[in-house]
Design a protein around this ligand. Structure first.
Ligand SMILES: Cc1cc2nc3c(=O)[nH]c(=O)nc-3n(C[C@H](O)[C@H](O)[C@H](O)COP(=O)(O)OP(=O)(O)OC[C@H]3O[C@@H](n4cnc5c(N)ncnc54)[C@H](O)[C@@H]3O)c2cc1C
Length: 475
């Protein structure tokens, strides 16, 4: 690593790739270093079980990708072939019942009976001001939003759904409550809470706007197209390069870290900044299981078969109890499980007639639990006969998630707990949280605003700031 580059990017997740592409397109000489043997971080697809069965190793559905200003500018919607399902997500309940979030808001409301009006009133104003909602949630919170009305409408609804005092007032039926809890539980936080309701509200708004799309062939397609662009603009990639301390960084005018804050803590930091970083908290872990199946999942409610994303865990109260138990360090018998079944709409993912199923559940940080049986039992609860279809499984405990990617500390797949405070302080309270006190070093991972998910915004913001401050380049 003797050659000197203008910019070094450490880590090739969607944020590292966004930072690398942005810098290379600005005409700078950029080197991208990645610990793993392949690039992509949270956007990788591989044959984890059997030949011909292509599983998403990490992210599987991308509600935030199509609305991401970075991806829009990059042209991702046109450069990758997307599946945009009619049903964004489904939530089966006992007794063969199910609630479905159709992309069509009216259709969703029609099926929610006496909660239909409330569901519509919740989302219609947010959909009308979608750009304002994306602006407010898609950057750091410490700034005046472009559309204060959208920010207010989003904030007020998050508060209404995220407070135990108010959460019975808006939605009355078991179906509608479950439909919202399933999406809010993505945040892996205490339930109810402002951060989980805010995350749920945003994801559900995307569900009724651009939809919960995913690339044909798997999430790897996103990494591939970003990598191709980076190479076309003269970028250099070196895999198998783990940076363990900042002293190992090659000389470079600017370094962008798509890593955990733990790497920053190896640097010679001012005491106050180091103290703030040490107070940064990680969330629960994730235990994931991938299944190769002999056929489609036999859901008791046939409508669920059309939904690439399915939330399991029962009623709102059951999900809240399970999530809060994990938060306290326990493992629920009937956990919340996030499932995707992309092969129902993307035949490239499995041999003819066969299917893949991707599933994870929240577990205490650092847990070595193999969740295969726990998850199989929850799927079987809503799809009797599922067990008989399983040809092979691949399990990854929270501990293994952490070993797979140094950014997933303790198996936390979000780069840090998604609490309200940590959405303001990510990783420190600052109007420019991507900048660190170390000259030329910027953090660009999910540990910065706007937080986790595949949208590349953290990398884009960090690179634009660095390019302006060090090279006088405005992009
Ligand atoms: C199991 C799982 C399921 C998920 N599901 C979804 C989903 O469906 N939809 C969604 O939007 N999001 C999902 N996510 C979250 C999403 O993947 C992340 O929020 C996103 O990938 C974060 O991007 P990033 O670039 O910040 O970091 P990452 O994607 O985590 O990439 C970081 C990269 O940096 C490398 N790296 C880290 N430290 C070093 C170092 N010191 N030296 C060298 N290289 C280093 C890592 O090897 C990794 O390749 C999921 C994540 C996981 C793990």
């Amino acid at each position: 690593m003797s050659e000197t580059f203008d910019v070094t990017v450490v880590g090739s997740g969607p944020n590292g790739l966004a930072a690398a592409v942005t810098s290379a397109r600005a005409g700078l000489r950029v080197r991208l270093l990645e610990a793993a043997a392949t690039i992509g971080g949270g956007v990788r697809t591989a044959e984890l079980t059997l030949p011909g069965f292509r599983h998403d190793v990490c992210s599987a559905v991308h509600p935030a990708a199509l609305a991401s200003p970075f991806f829009r500018e990059f042209g991702l919607p046109d450069r990758v072939n997307w599946v945009i399902p009619d049903v964004s997500y489904a939530h089966p309940l006992d007794g063969g019942r199910a609630a479905l979030a159709w992309r069509d808001l009216d259709r969703t409301a029609d099926q929610l009976g006496r909660d239909g009006g409330a569901w519509k009133r919740m989302f219609e104003p947010l959909l009308r001001r979608l750009d304002g909602v994306v602006d407010f949630t898609g950057s750091q919170l410490l700034r005046w939003p472009d559309d204060p009305i959208a920010a207010f409408q989003y904030g007020a609804r998050s508060l209404g759904l995220g407070s135990r005092l108010l959460w019975n007032t808006r939605l009355k039926t078991e179906e509608a409550r479950a439909l919202f809890s399933g999406v809010a539980a993505h945040a892996a936080g205490q339930t109810p809470s402002l951060s989980s309701s805010g995350a749920g509200l945003l994801l559900a708004t995307h569900a009724h706007a651009g939809g919960w799309g995913f690339p044909i062939g798997g999430s790897q397609a996103i990494a591939d197209v970003l990598l191709q662009d980076f190479l076309t603009h003269g970028g250099v990639v070196e895999t198998g390069q783990t940076i363990r301390t900042l002293r190992e960084l090659p000389a470079s005018k600017v370094t962008l870290l798509d890593t955990s804050v733990k790497l920053l803590l190896t640097g010679n930091l001012p005491a106050g900044y180091a103290r703030a970083l040490r107070r940064y908290r990680y969330g629960s872990g994730v235990a994931k299981v991938d299944f190769a199946l002999a056929g489609p999942v036999p859901w008791a409610n046939p409508d669920v078969a059309h939904a690439p994303t399915v939330h399991l865990g029962g009623t709102r109260d059951e999900i809240a109890a399970a999530e809060n138990l994990v938060h306290r360090g326990g493992v629920p018998e009937r956990p919340y499980v996030l499932v995707t079944q992309p092969s129902v709409l993307d035949p490239t993912r499995a041999p003819k007639g066969r299917h893949v199923l991707w599933a994870y559940t929240h577990v205490p940080a650092g847990s070595s639990l193999d969740a295969t049986e726990l998850i199989t039992a929850q799927v079987e609860r809503y799809a009797p006969g599922f067990r008989d279809l399983v040809l092979a499984t691949a399990s990854s405990s929270a501990r293994q998630q952490a070993a797979y990617n140094r950014s997933n500390v303790g198996g936390d797949i979000y780069g840090g707990a998604v609490s309200l405070w940590q959405l303001v302080k990510r990783p420190v309270v600052s109007t420019k949280p991507w900048r660190t006190p170390l000259k030329g070093i910027y953090l660009c991972s999910a540990a910065t605003p706007p937080g986790p998910a595949v949208h590349g915004m953290n990398g884009w913001f960090a690179a634009r700031l660095a390019l302006k401050e060090h090279f006088g380049i405005e992009v």
